[in-house]
Design a protein around this ligand. Sequence first.
Ligand SMILES: Nc1ncnc2c1ncn2[C@@H]1O[C@H](COP(=O)(O)OP(=O)(O)OP(=O)(O)O)[C@@H](O)[C@H]1O
Ligand SMILES: [Mg+2]
Length: 237
Amino acid sequence: MTSDIASPIDTSLIDIVKVTKTYPPDIMALDDVSMSVGHGEMVFLTGVSGAGKTTLLKLLCFLERPTMGLIEMNKKDISKLSGHDLQKMRQHIGVAYQDFRLLPKQTVYQNIALAMEVRYETPKDIKQRVLELLANLGLADKIHTPTGKLSRGEQQRVSIARACANKPPLILADEPTGNLDPAATALVMNLLKRLNEDGTTIIIATHDQSIYQKSDHRLINLENGKLQEIIKVNFDL
Ligand SMILES: Nc1ncnc2c1ncn2[C@@H]1O[C@H](COP(=O)(O)OP(=O)(O)OP(=O)(O)O)[C@@H](O)[C@H]1O
Ligand SMILES: [Mg+2]
């Protein structure tokens, strides 16, 4: 897949510089946050409820705009993107939302296929990819079920399948295992891990220590909208 945001591994994909986000009237969700994410990195974003994790991911997928500061993707100031360029950049980001954002009356297949149809994939390729993702996530038997009739954990996995469907260069996953048992958590993390090994940059916002405690990936912690980076923590000690 060609991509606007693919480039050599030794440069950063995302640069967030002194970003502040306030919601009306005066809620400071992010306070002077600076961080970079390299091409092909997997990064965990942690912090208690209300710390600002979802807000940070929303800024990266253009659902919210920073109040102050700069966000660059592939060294392009995203606040300067509009129209076609913004649309193109957006298509290169797969997002698994904390609140799923599925179409409840559409089936599992339709929800995932819709994300692929906008990229003009062929029906054959779409079917093959959807079947593969559902098998990976333990959902093969739900393919024709409307997503409104699924459990929360099943809906969560559909939203992850949709985020991964186009093999985007960047995946943002907001609490991707929040409703899952350990077996389903392992399926999701294996899928994300494989995509990361293939070069996908992945940012995971999570409360779930089990998914990052044995990992070597970078851990970034938010506290009251302020960022603290923990380079490497050995939880086994
Ligand atoms: N649309 C909004 N309008 C006003 N305040 C908001 C809005 N969205 C988030 N906030 C506030 O911003 C702060 C950060 O919220 P955010 O959703 O980013 O936290 P979070 O770390 O994702 O929390 P959680 O772990 O519960 O998902 C909180 O104080 C929240 O109440
Ligand atoms: Mg959140």
